[in-house]
Ligand binder design. Sequence first.
Ligand SMILES: C[S@@+](CC[C@H](N)C(=O)[O-])C[C@H]1O[C@@H](n2cnc3c(N)ncnc32)[C@H](O)[C@@H]1O
Length: 244
Amino acid sequence: MTDQDTYRNIAEYYDYMHEKNPEREKFFATIFRDNGVKTVLDCACGTGGDLLMFHSLGVEVTGSDLSDSMLDRARQKIEKNHLPIALSKVDFHKLSDYFNKKFDAIVCLSNAVNENDIVIDKALKSFKSVLNKNGIIIFDQGQTDFTMKNPLKYFPVVNNRDFTRLFIMEYNNDVMKVEVFDFLHTEEENDFRHSEFFIKIRLYSDWQTILEKAGLTAEFYGDWNFQKYSPSESKRLIVVAKKK
Ligand SMILES: C[S@@+](CC[C@H](N)C(=O)[O-])C[C@H]1O[C@@H](n2cnc3c(N)ncnc32)[C@H](O)[C@@H]1O
């Protein structure tokens, strides 16, 4: 992300996109339990929905992000619920400049690792620098070998009585431009917001090379139900990586 807060126009309505997902929660509960995770850093925590979810799983939670507008939303949630979750503005390329402790898990979810200005080798090195010896790194994305065979051009992400969010995608080699159109249409209010994001498309073999180079071993899942990632079928790519 550049100095400019690209999430400024999207932060207020961001949470309309997120519905409770019990399978996803169970995934984290299981992964944390099986890996003895007691401390979690969500280093691209956005509006903080996952910070609350992780807290409910009984781990100690820390959140960071680079966007002031997303962090403001996360802060409101934490304060409203009186939760002991530390929050700070940190570029995840430089985690060890800020944090002088290490964590059992670093998470970076919903494509945050793929924003076009992320220098992935540097980001992974940074994640490793604040990761405990047997710790895990978890990230995920919606682009997969299967979905990219016939890439979507538009996607109504949310369309309910009050709110519509439409993604329009454009592809240029390995970069996807996502234009986000938000329409609020409640009885009291009408509003329209537009933002655009550039996402680097990295698929299974790209991640294998990147993770190998970063000195990480990884499990790849194709869904939150622990299904193994299948290049010919999966609609999500989830990575759980460890230091070699
Ligand atoms: C698509 S949002 C995902 C937010 C949250 N993880 C979720 O799952 O809802 C991507 C987030 O990554 C953050 N981000 C992008 N580049 C970053 C960086 N270099 N350091 C920290 N956060 C960054 C953005 O500010 C944004 O909040």
